[in-house]
Design a binder for this molecule. Structure first.
Ligand code: CP
Length: 306
């Protein structure tokens, strides 16, 4: 049976721990020993929405494991432009590859592709819905910084209403005991109520605030997200909140010494460049972990082990 990766909600805690262990194993194997693992396999990348990190890290991951990559990131160069349907596109490209990764602006697009295709499908982000490989790499980053993914105080800050990375990460961190959450956002971008329930249907308790300066001093992980202009139906609403949080180095002076700032990136102005040189900045290491975790994902979903 083919293995898709569409939503964090399809994964158990054991599944998450397996991905983390596999990524750690891959990171420790010398590059020359894993180079041939996916030789002869082709990854098809279908990016209907822009991407830097997800697309290029999947590409780097596949190449570092000896596989090949093909695909598109500009849909206007494909026959979709001539009116070809999404499903016809899927049924065409599946003939050329062994696994596909898809990013799309429509919630559910990756699930639809998975149901239609005989290839394993990896969701690289579908609208405001899910971004499961981002969550896996975020979890791996937290594991590496803290040696655990439980008993942590995590502040999620920024756009908590439209952010697929927040949705996936919050759900996943709730699977691990002892985690406490601070949700820092303007009133209009609060986490939707239904996300406050764990996978057993129990409502978790959260502290909700719009005071970023106070939240910074009171957490182990500060996970900042961009206010996403492209997700707002009303530009006036975006203008009201676009600069609401701007983290700079001076705000980190009262932070816990081990506190790490993470961000899925890209950032706009929510983290100032002077934060980059503080010991709290973890977001560029997080980017690097993306390539490691995506190697683990490709291997697992192609049924290959070290
Ligand atoms: N974090 C993330 O998904 O980045 P990209 O949009 O650049 O892929």
């Amino acid at each position: 049976m083919k293995r898709d990766l569409i939503s964090i909600n399809d994964l158990s805690r054991d599944d998450i721990e397996r991905y983390l262990a596999q990524a750690a194993a891959i990171e420790h194997v010398p590059r020359r020993e894993k180079l041939d693992i996916l030789r002869g396999q082709i990854l098809l990348e279908m990016f209907f929405e822009p991407s830097t990190r997800t697309k290029l890290s999947f590409e780097a991951a596949m190449r570092r494991l000896g596989g090949d990559v093909m695909g598109f990131s500009d849909v206007s160069t494909t026959s979709v432009k001539k009116g070809e349907s999404f499903l016809d596109t899927i049924h065409t490209v599946e003939n050329y590859a062994d696994i596909m990764v898809i990013r799309h602006s429509q919630e559910g697009a990756a699930r639809l592709a998975a149901e239609a295709s005989r290839l394993p499908v990896l969701n690289a982000g579908d609208g405001t819905n899910q971004h499961p490989t981002q969550t896996l790499l975020d979890m791996y980053t937290i594991q590496k910084f803290f040696g655990r993914v439980r008993d942590l105080k995590i502040c999620l800050a920024g756009d908590l209403r439209y952010s697929r990375t927040v949705y996936s990460l919050l759900k996943t961190l709730m699977m691990f005991e002892g985690n406490e959450f601070l949700l820092c956002s303007p009133e209009s971008l609060r986490v939707p109520e239904y996300l406050k329930y764990d996978s057993d249907g129990r409502r978790q308790s959260f502290v909700e605030t719009d005071d970023l300066a106070a939240a910074v001093r009171n957490c182990d992980v500060l996970y900042v997200t961009r206010i996403q202009k492209e997700r707002f139906a009303d530009i006036v609403e975006y203008e009201k909140v676009k600069n609401i949080f701007e983290l700079d180095a001076s705000m980190l002076e009262g932070a816990r010494p081990h506190m790490k700032v993470l961000h899925p990136l890209p950032r706009v102005n929510e983290i100032k460049p002077d934060v980059d040189v503080t010991p709290h900045a973890g977001y560029f290491e997080q980017v690097g972990n993306g390539m490691i975790m995506r190697q683990a994902v490709l291997m697992h979903h192609l049924g290959v082990t070290l």
